[in-house]
Write a protein that binds this ligand. Structure first.
Ligand code: SF4
Length: 230
C-alpha cells in the first residue's frame, strides 16, 4: 500500500491530519520513538487520539536522569502506554568495565552501543515510524519531510513520519498548555533539550540543543543511521 503513496502529500497537512492519514493509509504496524521530551509528548498525545495502544519505544540507555524515568513511568501509567524499553546488550556496569566511560572518551561509540544498536533491533518489523523531530532543532533536521521512506541497515524499508516537523518551539508549548499536558520537570530547571544525564547540560545561547554532548556532536545517531529515500 505504502509503495504507491505520494508521501509529499503529507507536507501540506496539519499534524492531526498527518497522524490520522498516516495511521489509516501507511502500512502497519506503526510505532513511535519517545524520549518523553516536550515534542514527543505532543506527538504522543496526537497519536493516542487515533491509536491508543501504539507501541512507544523508549531507549533505556541506563544513563537517564531519574526525573526522566519517573516522568516516563508516571505517564506510562496515566496514559496506559504500550511502552517498550529498548536496552543495550551490555549493562552500563559491563560497558564501563570493558571500555571505560565512553560518554567522555568516545560518545559516538557509546551512542552506537546504547541507542543506535537497540533502536535498529527495536524497529525491525515496523512499517511506519513516528517521531517528534522538528526542523528547527538542528541543521541536520532542517530539510526533513513530514513523511520519508527510510531503509534500515538490514535493507528493510519503512516510512518515517514527523508530524510536527514544521512546528516552532512556542507551538510545542502552546499544544501542551492547551491540552494540559505537564512537561518533564527538568524544563523548569532551564534544560531545553534532554537526553542522557552525562551528555545533557543547559543551553549556552539561543540554540536549544547547544547543551547536548558539550557541543561535540549534533546527533546521537538514531536519526542518521537509516538512509532516506524519496
Ligand atoms: S547520549 Fe551520552 S550517555 Fe547516552 S548513549 Fe550517547 S554518549 Fe552514551
Amino acid at each position: 500500500m505504502t509503495a504507491q503513496l505520494d508521501l509529499s502529500a503529507f507536507d501540506a497537512l496539519p499534524p492531526e491530519e498527518i497522524v490520522r492519514r498516516a495511521l489509516a493509509e501507511l502500512s502497519a504496524p506503526a510505532c513511535f520513538t519517545c524520549s518523553f521530551q516536550a515534542e514527543d509528548m505532543a506527538v504522543l498525545h496526537l497519536l493516542r487520539q487515533v491509536q491508543p495502544d501504539i507501541p512507544v519505544l523508549f531507549l533505556e540507555t541506563g544513563y537517564h536522569f531519574p526525573e526522566t524515568l519517573s516522568y516516563r513511568d508516571r505517564f506510562a501509567a496515566k496514559w496506559n502506554l504500550n511502552l517498550r524499553n529498548l536496552q543495550a546488550s551490555m549493562s552500563v556496569a559491563q560497558q564501563e568495565s570493558q571500555f571505560g566511560i565512553l560518554n567522555q572518551t568516545d560518545p559516538t561509540r557509546c551512542c552506537d552501543l546504547r541507542k543506535v544498536g537497540p533502536l535498529w533491533e527495536g524497529l525491525r518489523g515496523y512499517q511506519t515510524w513516528f517521531t517528534g523531530l522538528r526542523r528547527e532543532q538542528s541543521p541536520t533536521r532542517a530539510n526533513m519531510k513530514m513523511a520519508e521512506r527510510h531503509v534500515l541497515p538490514t535493507g528493510e524499508e519503512l516510512v518515517k513520519v514527523n508530524p510536527i516537523a514544521a512546528w516552532k518551539w512556542n507551538e510545542v508549548w502552546a499544544y501542551l498548555s492547551i491540552h494540559e499536558i505537564e512537561a518533564l520537570p527538568l524544563y523548569d530547571q532551564g534544560y531545553t533539550s534532554i537526553g542522557c544525564a552525562p551528555c545533557t547540560a543547559k543551553p549556552t545561547g539561543d540554540d536549544l540543543r547547544s547543551g547536548r554532548w558539550g557541543g561535540r556532536k549534533l546527533e546521537c545517531g538514531i536519526h542518521t543511521f537509516t538512509e532516506a529515500r524519496q
